[in-house]
Design a protein around this ligand. Structure first.
Ligand code: GLN
Length: 202
């Protein structure tokens, strides 16, 4: 049976659990969703969602618990992952802050992307916009951007699946998927379904 995990340190954990359950049922698949809190939890799962929240908090706690290294090793060896917002920041190799420039914060760091934290400004500059994502169909996807980062550049192995104002907002490299917005805050499960298909397609 399919076992999917959600990194459960801080942030939009329950929203991802619910969206994954809905996505599984829409795909007519059975599976369970595990909360990943310690290194041994990673052994049980075939794919993991790294949620949005505060990337510095998630990164520091995960590092202290030895989770960051385990996740990095597993992902480098093919564990399927989907990072949203802060999760996308944690997956990036290079992280900048919109105000202070290059930052040094604990990362998983497996995706060849350069990302800028808080690119669009503070909480009040959060916004929603329809995005076209051809790989999930022609119906626009409602992108919810909350203190969102921006992906400024991507390496040659990274596929850009969607853009907003010319910048990538959904990217994939091998079995690693990253979104700068929050698909778990909508009822649209198409990106979670794409993640599940990535888990099955190995
Ligand atoms: N600004 C947050 C960070 O840098 C990300 C925001 C979010 O995940 N909604 O971690």
């Amino acid at each position: 049976m399919l076992k999917l995990g959600v990194l459960a340190i801080q942030g939009a954990v329950s929203e991802h659990v619910e969206t994954l359950k809905l996505a599984l049922s829409r795909l007519s698949l059975s599976g369970s969703i595990e909360l990943v809190k310690r290194p041994s939890d990673v052994e049980k799962i075939q794919g993991i969602v790294v949620p949005g929240g505060e990337s510095t908090v998630i990164g520091r706690i995960a590092e202290r618990m030895g989770l960051l290294k385990v996740l990095r090793d597993k992902i480098e060896n093919g564990l399927t992952v989907f990072g949203t917002c802060a999760g996308a920041i944690l997956l990036a190799k290079e992280v900048y802050d919109a105000k202070i420039g290059k930052v040094d914060q604990p990362l998983i760091g497996t995706m060849d992307i350069k990302i800028v934290r808080n690119y669009y400004g503070r909480q009040k500059e959060s916004f929603e916009v329809d995005i076209l994502i051809p790989v999930v169909g022609s119906k626009p996807f409602r992108g919810v951007f909350i203190r969102a980062p921006a992906i400024e550049s991507v390496g040659s192995k990274v596929k850009v699946l969607a853009t907003y104002e010319g910048l990538p907002v959904l990217v994939q490299q091998d079995k690693m998927l990253a979104a700068t917005f929050h698909p778990e805050l909508t009822n649209d499960t198409r990106i979670h379904e794409l993640f599940i298909k990535n888990v099955l397609d190995r």
